[in-house]
Design a binder for this molecule. Structure first.
Ligand code: PHE
Length: 336
């Protein structure tokens, strides 16, 4: 029996050299320590031999068993270190949640505004962010020295040959140059002005332009369309107010305000205690603009409006600082 143990020992130390992975280790464990292994049958047959022999063989067999176990453990440990550890996987556990991206609140707001105007029959048009003075100002009836230009201090490129557009209104001109009436477009996009950043100003921001031209467009159409938009965007209970204003490319012109969505019109810090919040500029297209694009001002009329997307988003979501939109803090962005 002692010979047998010696044989098992040798056989094991030969076989262990070829063990390369946890499966072959497991096979060896079954072969040398399992119920049907030779070592087990030696231990089982101890009862059949004399007492002196039993003590000796028993002791040797147990020592061999421990050696084999220790060696298997050791090799398993080394293998794990090499492969970085074989992780036992519970296939029944639920998967890790996929973190999906989110739309930026400005994108969301643009899409919501576009959605409302699409249903009112408006198509999306876009134009370049690098413009010429002609499209950004001149064709929109801003004469070269007109003080209305001062409100829209622009970033000049190539010594004034180009500029970053200060408004989305140049898209009106680009669309009318290429299309005959009827025209009904909205145009979202980035604009740039040389403003110092603060809670309500940013040198880059977004606008949404609207333009409708046909043979029979009246100021009431403008009021009707904007009223519908405001109700859909902010709620049926919101009131709208037109205040006379000035834009070179519309006549008459108006600033449109809504009843304060925070205090319901009673007066609070958000609305400067006036009960009203300005949300956009609008008016009837000026005949001089039609002349620039070869539309007959006697035949056609139209309305135009322009709103700041950030302003709409800030009111809708209760955001107090425009700079939050551009800082890319996930804590802020994940709320939308
Ligand atoms: N473009 C104007 C602005 O940025 C807004 C506007 C657009 C006003 C269309 C009237 C009509 O101030």
């Amino acid at each position: 029996m002692l010979n047998e143990l010696e044989k098992i020992k040798k056989e094991f130390s030969d076989s262990i050299k070829t063990a390369k992975d946890s499966q072959s280790l497991e096979d060896l464990r079954v072969k040398f320590l399992g119920r049907k292994s030779e070592l087990t049958s030696v231990l089982r047959s101890l009862g059949t031999i004399s007492q002196e022999e039993r003590a000796l063989v028993g002791q040797k067999a147990n020592t061999l068993r421990k050696e084999i176990e220790a060696r298997l453990e050791e090799i398993k440990h080394n293998l794990n270190q090499k492969t970085g550890g074989e992780v036992s996987i519970d296939h029944t556990l639920p998967g890790l949640p996929l973190s999906l991206g989110k739309k930026h609140p400005i994108t969301k707001t643009i899409q919501e505004i576009v959605g409302i105007f699409s249903l009112l029959g408006f198509q999306v048009a876009t134009g370049p962010e690098i413009e010429t003075d002609y499209y950004n100002f001149e064709a929109l009836n801003f004469p070269p020295d007109h003080p209305a230009r001062d409100e829209q201090d622009s970033f000049q490129i190539d010594n004034g040959k180009y500029l970053l557009r200060t408004q989305t209104s140049p898209v009106q001109i680009r669309v009318m140059e290429k299309t005959k009436p009827p025209v009904r477009i909205i145009s979202p996009g980035a604009c740039y002005r040389r403003d110092n950043p603060d809670a309500s100003h940013s040198p880059m921001f977004h606008q949404m332009e609207g333009l409708a031209v046909d043979t029979d467009i009246h100021f009431t159409d403008l009021k009707g369309i904007l009223g519908e938009f405001i109700h859909q965007m902010f709620g049926k209970e919101i009131k709208m107010r037109f205040v006379p204003s000035f834009f070179p490319f519309t006549e008459p012109s108006a600033e449109v305000a809504i009843s304060c969505i925070i205090c319901g019109g009673k007066g609070c810090p958000t609305c400067g205690r006036s009960g009203w919040l300005e949300v956009l500029g609008a008016g009837m297209v000026h005949p001089n603009v039609f002349k620039k694009v070869n539309y007959d001002p006697k035949k056609y009329t139209g309305f135009a409006f322009g709103m700041g997307v950030e302003r709409i988003a800030m009111l809708k979501y209760g955001i107090s600082d425009i700079r939050l939109f551009y800082q890319n803090h996930l804590q802020f962005l994940n709320q939308f």
